[in-house]
Design a protein around this ligand. Sequence first.
Ligand code: ADP
Length: 170
Amino acid sequence: MSGKFVRAIFPGSFDPITNGHLDVVKRGMKLFDELIIAVGRSPVKNQLFSPEERIEMIAELIGDMPSVSVEGFEGLTVEYAAAKQASVILRGLRSLTDVQYEFQLAMTNRAVTGIETVFVMTSEQYGFTSSTLIREVASLGGDLANLIPDNVHKRLEGRFSRLREQVQRK
Ligand code: ADP
């Protein structure tokens, strides 16, 4: 790479962050001088963790990654990127199904502001991991230890065991 300083943002919902996301972060860390994990605050349906909780979990995981930080953001990703003077949007790809949606998103973002999107492919073992699936399996009491970091695992267990207790009491 040239000597130019490159700051990238890695935007997403991260509800919650998975080992797949972390894999993308670690790959991105090698490519960019600075990487900001940007947690979208826009109202999402079926939200499990609040943006603050999601940010907290991510902060616990990046303590030993000096070039990586985490922040919440509202509104358009491209506007957030411009405000941060980031020249790259980092996104992860799991499968061909991801490509179609990500392609549209990247083309739109580039048409609007000229910002480039860089894609990295996840490790094979995380190719099927999604936050949606994690939320579903965790709600049914399944074991997800290999797919999510320990701190996320603990919080998920706490959240769902409380919910199950409430349901049983009714
Ligand atoms: P969004 O709601 O914006 O898709 P996500 O938190 O679901 O936010 O995902 C953020 C980014 O991480 C997206 O680029 C998505 O494709 C990528 N991603 C999600 N899960 C994985 C995974 N297991 N491996 C690689 N990339 C992933």
